[in-house]
Write a protein that binds this ligand. Structure first.
Ligand SMILES: [Zn+2]
Length: 466
């Protein structure tokens, strides 16, 4: 077959699956997408952005002064990078202060432990509390314990987080962190200490959010480092009566106003239709919030910037959303969905970058089954950036995870997170953990994704999974 007939067939094929978009338009789309990829890979902008955020702002816990400084930083950054519109939207966020956390074994083998308070935890009495600890290897085991088994005791959740490229080990153990305090208090416990939800062996504890429940005693909650959890388990093998002392001075201080910060590149022909790429601006307070989620902020901001510099802007508006207060309960994501409910039917697709800076190896979608093959075909130039075209099952990322319930299609650009949970929510979440090349590959993938989605003529609704 001659190449001209192949081209003709190709055109017919594209025409058949994606309706009115011509083969020539498709060629232009893929050409611009590849050009954006090249520009992102050749640019240091993404690394410069995360360096700027971690150096000039640093830790930015929701509701803190640094959080407001981050909001100002984000507005200035977006304004300096060619976005057509930059604005912020208020979000009420819970305010929690970490204070000090200390722990030690009192008996039978007295020695200090490395712990950190879990986000949202109440304080211990000022003089601390001492109690025997009782070990559980899963939340299910704790929930199945006899009533009053923990009366006057400290629950010890010793559940090891396994390492996976896609990070699924976190999902297996994080319930012990978020729900452990309620489960333990129901059994009469006076506190809970968990093995850090992390894959490292550093003597450093991983913080993260925990929750209380109305009508259940609010008991202090802390995480200990993985080596300390090993130590306690070995002590319990020698003597079932291990007494631990815990001092936590954390405080819940009500609510404050923070902001979702938004930058837009206005669409050329369908400006009211939106392709949303997001990340979260807040961070935990112990590191500098480089991988979680300075990286995501840098990735989506760079993608938006590169699209803003194109001689012809894409059809739809590309909206970069830097969410407030993800860490303390997806607060900014929920506020966005509420504030924008009336225009959610104009959101073509959404994706959030919130898994560090490891290279993206695959893109998954959550779109109509009838649209899936076509949108994969439309995204084919992302393969040139080592991104495989994956399946039709995606959550889109934490702050956009609620959008499919409103019918909004989402995509997940899967990052290699093999080492993500070594550093996540620790003082070790710092800039040196980011490989500039991998970060640029992420920015390239988001630039290609946002552009291609903003140009697509494929109907992505209705979703199979809401
Ligand atoms: Zn995050």
């Amino acid at each position: 077959m001659k190449s001209s007939s192949l081209l003709l067939l190709g055109g017919l094929f594209f025409g058949g699956i994606i309706g009115c978009q011509s083969a020539a338009t498709q060629d232009t789309n893929q050409g611009v997408s590849l050009q954006l990829k090249q520009q992102a890979l050749a640019s240091s902008l993404s690394y410069d952005i995360v360096e700027s955020l971690t150096v000039e702002v640093g830790p930015r816990l929701a509701g803190s002064d640094k959080d407001l400084l981050a909001v100002k930083w984000a507005e200035d950054k977006l304004n300096s990078l060619g976005f057509d519109k930059v604005y912020k939207e208020p979000v009420q966020v819970p305010v929690w202060q970490r204070g000090e956390a200390k722990a030690s074994v009192i008996s039978p083998y007295p020695q200090p432990l490395v712990v950190t308070a879990l986000g949202g935890s109440v304080a211990t009495p000022a003089e601390g509390l001492s109690a025997p600890i009782v070990r559980f290897t899963s939340l299910a085991d704790l929930e199945a314990a006899p009533d009053q088994q923990l009366k006057g005791k400290i629950a010890f959740m010793d559940n090891i987080t396994p390492r996976y490229r896609d990070g699924k080990g976190y999902g297996m153990t994080v319930g012990g962190r978020s729900k452990g305090a309620v489960a333990a208090a129901k059994k009469g416990a006076v506190a809970i200490v968990i093995r850090s939800i992390g894959t490292d062996h550093d003597r450093m504890a991983h913080t993260g959010m925990m929750r209380y429940q109305d009508g259940v005693d609010k008991i202090p909650a802390a995480a200990m480092s993985n080596p300390d959890a090993d130590l306690i388990a070995l002590m319990l093998k020698r003597d079932p009566n291990v007494v631990v002392k815990l001092n936590i001075s954390a405080e819940n201080l009500g609510y404050a106003t923070s902001y979702n910060v938004i930058g837009e590149v206005t669409g050329s022909t369908k400006p009211d239709e939106i392709v949303l790429i997001g990340a979260h601006l807040d961070s935990w307070d112990e590191g500098t919030g480089a991988i979680d989620d300075g990286a995501g902020v840098a990735i989506v901001t760079t993608a938006g910037h590169l699209i803003s510099q194109l001689p012809t802007k894409p059809a739809r508006t590309v909206r970069v959303v830097l969410y407030a207060a993800e860490e303390v309960g997806l607060v900014g994501g929920k506020a966005y969905a509420k504030a924008h409910q009336a225009e959610l039917d104009k959101h073509y697709i959404a994706a959030e970058s919130d898994f560090g800076a490891g290279p993206i190896y695959q893109i998954d979608f959550n779109v109509a089954e009838s649209a899936f093959d076509a949108i994969k075909q439309h995204s084919s130039s992302m393969q040139a950036n080592n991104v495989e075209l994956g399946g039709n099952k995606a959550s889109g990322g934490p702050d956009v995870s609620m959008l499919p319930s409103y019918g909004v299609p989402v995509a997940s650009l899967r990052q290699d997170g093999t080492d993500y949970f070594d550093y996540h929510h620790t003082p070790n979440d710092t800039l040196d953990k980011i490989d500039p090349k991998a970060l640029a590959q992420n920015a390239a993938a988001y630039a290609q994704f946002a552009y291609l989605m903003a140009q697509s003529e494929i109907e992505l609704r209705p979703l199979v999974r809401k």
